[in-house]
Design a protein around this ligand. Structure first.
Ligand code: CRA
Length: 801
């Protein structure tokens, strides 16, 4: 618990304000929002460091080293003030000077050190671990450029510019020169004994640590430690092996560039040498740092798994496994068996995807050149595995089992395989996904390593996604819930008794309506569109990916538009479709979909017949702070991925907790959301995992849907014939061609069922009382999707001693 009282915090704020103003020869009334922001950030940071305990004691749990290439933490100041329980006091304080805290907090630039769900999940987990006093440290990279900023040009295309977040990031990051590390690359290896080798790297890069304090809600403060690459000289390529892989990319290999940029891909691997170097650099710095701390406490290497666990956030930090082995073998001279006994009890791996293009594989030649010693270790792990597979599977089964389980296959190093073999626990991120990990991805491993596979359904922090994002709802909950729901989200179930209480209903409805008004203002400011606040706010916010099927949403919008044009008198519930999300700069099809949405939005929003009826708002530059504005205002949450493709989703949880009705397929965590909320409080449509399988087996022919469904045909034709591209019939031809001739994500097969589901939404919305009741029940019943629950699941299923 924080050891500072609100009164003493505010006294120190007052003193510091005097000093701050004196130094600048300025009166408090003249301070700009930016200056207020800098000033409050400074006060909160020093209070956090002085008064919040660090390093909570290890009680029945190990310390968690959360290794992730991405941490999408979002703005920190508001969250920190809340955790210190001084938000309201500071709000009152700045009001005395005619300022509004909400405006001041808007000055903070989001640190966008992640792409999407995986990075945001890491941030929610850090928050929960600090709030639950689970000893933990986050290890990531200190990218100079976070995820790009997104803009749209006149014709609706996505443009990208750099986000040098650090330049105007006022919150302090603590440079820790004492934690510096040296990381080697390339070079030669010489065998010393059976198990020990001497690796002489061709060059080294220095890793510098920057700490960002993560403050738990009324909890402890723990570091997010981010590594930055530093070298006084650039790589000497001549000294380095002149292998074909690196030569081809020599122009990008420069030490100073190592941690310059976050690779902007979500659920897609980019097989660049620089990315592999980033991954190893991240692992090497983090493993060295954790061993330093472990040994400094007088503990032995054999005790490592008793005190520390390394949670691998997907396979991006997989090289931590051979790196720990290397240190144990070559630096501490343990035998292979001893080293493996330690390492294989230290790592746990979370799988976040089944998509083949996201399952990382590296060319073995590249790994051998960059990391020759690690390659030898991986080869040995693979050999030992081979013996196990031979023992478990009979001759008939063997070939298939080895194809599936081998780490090295077809000149590739398969990182997911390395993780499964090298970890004591593997988990998926939602029930259905964890089942598919076992049944479709790793059935032979499940047989070989019984008890290794688990499920931990993702969760989201209620501090940011309810208390901070939706203050009016938070106040309502404070007033009606007995106990602190912020720390125990299961308490939301008390609302079940209130859903039929007319006062509560009205209050809940008014909150949604006022949040819609707030978002309407944001939309007008951002894109100049005046929206109808009585329309259904229908929201799809997430990365752009074909499997997420924003184009399914778009086809329904086009069909609806064409229908309204043909039947102007039709009884229609007004609808505002809201989109936000970025596409990876190199992902052509996703960018086409973005451009098509912008094209359709332009036509619909400028059509006088549609005013107040049908509108489309595409908000640029989706990021955490924008999500915080959209989510509380949503009526409908679009979760329409093809079944089996979205591992979990977490936006689905945030939206449902804030009272949006899920319109979704039976995919990822939607399945559990539907179970907890009750089938009558969600709208489910489309093919299931099983029926998609059958569809493919029969031979899926998308064009037959086009031919049979007139509305679908008209919608696709409208895209093709230039209606939404100023007459340009080529602009969307790749998208149209893809839908008609391959449509791997079965958009056309789900169109009719999606359209029906959309009509059901409209019907349900007409009965406002019933709609709100469903929304309230979503809030009441989804407390289980708190990331605190996920962390408790990790504690009991995986991190237990
Ligand atoms: N792209 C999944 O696709 C999931 C998050 C967090 C993802 C989401 O469905 O909610 O992880 N997978 O578990 C991923 O990044 C590498 O795989 C994601 O964010």
């Amino acid at each position: 618990m924080p050891t500072i009282s609100n009164a003493s915090f505010m006294t120190s704020v007052e003193q510091e304000l005097n000093q701050y103003c004196q130094e600048r020869f300025i009166a408090p009334e003249q301070l700009s929002n930016t200056q207020w922001f800098q000033f409050i950030a400074k006060c909160s940071q020093s209070t956090i460091l002085q008064n919040f305990p660090t390093n909570p004691p290890l009680v029945n749990t190990r310390r968690v080293n959360y290794l992730s290439m991405e941490f999408l933490i979002g703005r920190l100041l508001g969250n920190n003030l809340m955790s210190l329980s001084v938000y309201q006091d500071v709000d009152n304080f700045v009001a005395k000077y005619g300022k509004n805290l909400v405006d001041i907090l808007e000055e903070e630039r989001d640190p966008s050190l992640g792409n999407g769900g995986l990075g945001r999940l890491a941030a929610c987990y850090l928050d929960s671990m600090a709030s639950l006093s689970q000893p933990a440290i986050g290890y990531g990279l200190h990218y100079q450029y976070g995820l790009f900023k997104q803009h749209f040009n006149e014709s609706g295309e996505q443009l990208e510019t750099g986000d040098s977040w650090n330049r105007d990031f006022y919150l302090q990051q603590y440079h820790r020169p004492d934690f510096q590390q040296k990381v080697g690359f390339g070079g030669t290896v010489a065998q010393i004994t059976d198990d020990q080798y001497d690796w002489q790297p061709a060059w080294t890069i220095q890793g510098e640590a920057f700490d960002l304090p993560v403050v738990g809600y009324k909890g402890v403060q723990q570091p997010l430690r981010l590594w930055q690459g530093y070298s006084e000289t650039s790589f000497d390529l001549a000294q380095f092996n002149d292998g074909q892989y690196l030569q081809a990319e020599s122009h990008v290999i420069d030490a100073a560039k190592l941690t310059k940029v976050l690779y902007p891909n979500d659920n897609h691997q980019e097989g660049k040498a620089l990315r592999l170097m980033q991954q190893y650099f991240h692992c090497a710095c983090s493993i060295a740092d954790l061993l330093r701390q472990h040994l400094a406490q007088g503990r032995t290497l054999m005790e490592l798994p008793e005190f520390e666990v390394v949670q691998l956030n997907d396979t991006h930090p997989a090289l931590a496994i051979p790196e720990l082995m290397r240190i144990l073998l070559d630096q501490h001279h343990l035998s292979w068996e001893q080293a493996w006994a330690i390492s294989s009890k230290t790592f746990a791996y979370t799988n976040h995807t089944l998509l083949p293009e996201a399952l990382e594989q590296w060319e073995d030649g590249l790994v051998a050149q960059l990391l020759p010693r690690h390659m030898l270790i991986i080869e040995r792990i693979d050999r030992e595995l081979l013996a196990k597979v031979r023992a478990e599977f009979n001759d008939e089964e063997f070939e298939q089992a080895w194809r599936e389980t081998a780490i090295l296959m077809d000149h590739r190093v398969r990182m997911a395989n390395l993780c499964v073999v090298g970890s004591f626990a593997v988990n998926g991120v939602a029930q259905i996904h964890s089942e598919l990990v076992v049944s479709d991805l790793f059935p032979s491993y499940a047989r070989l390593f019984k008890g290794r596979f688990h499920n931990v359904t993702n969760g989201v922090t209620p501090r940011r996604w309810i208390r901070q994002a939706n203050p009016p709802l938070a106040r309502l909950l404070d007033n009606h819930i007995d106990g602190d729901w912020t720390k125990d989200l299961a308490l939301l179930s008390q609302l079940e008794n209130l859903v039929d209480d007319p006062h509560f209903q009205t209050a809940y409805q008014e909150i949604k309506q006022s949040n819609k008004q707030v978002l309407a203002d944001v939309i007008e400011q951002e894109i100049g569109l005046k929206v109808n606040c009585n329309a259904i706010f229908d929201v799809q916010i997430k990365r752009f990916h074909e499997y997420k099927r924003q184009h399914l949403n778009l086809l329904n919008i086009i069909a609806t538009y064409l229908d309204l044009k043909a039947n102007p008198q039709k009884d229609f519930v007004p609808r505002l479709f809201i989109f936000a999300g970025k596409a990876a700069p190199g992902y052509f099809m996703a960018k086409q979909i973005i451009q098509a949405i912008n094209g359709v939005a332009k036509v619909i929003n400028n059509d006088p017949d549609m005013q107040g009826k049908l509108q489309v708002a595409f908000l640029p530059d989706y990021r955490v702070s924008l999500a915080e504005k959209i989510i509380p205002a949503a009526d409908v949450s679009e979760q329409i991925s093809l079944a089996g493709k979205e591992a979990s989703g977490t936006g689905n949880m945030k939206l449902a907790l804030n009272g949006a009705i899920t319109l979704g397929t039976l995919d990822g965590a939607n399945v559990e959301i539907a179970e907890f909320a009750g089938k009558e409080n969600v709208v489910i449509f489309g093919h299931t995992v099983e029926s998609v399988r059958q569809l493919r087996e029969q031979g899926y022919v998308p064009r037959s849907y086009y031919e049979q469904d007139e509305q679908l045909r008209n919608a696709i034709d409208a895209l093709a014939n230039g209606m939404f591209s100023d007459g340009d019939t080529q602009r969307f031809s790749a998208l149209v061609d893809n839908l008609l001739n391959s449509d791997y994500f079965c958009v056309l097969a789900d169109f009719a069922s999606y359209r029906e589901a959309q009509q059901e939404i409209a019907e349900r919305y007409k009965d406002q009382a019933a709609w709100s009741r469903s929304a309230m029940l979503n809030t009441a019943r989804l407390g289980t999707f708190s990331s605190d629950r996920s962390i408790r699941d990790y504690q009991t299923r995986i991190w237990k001693k």
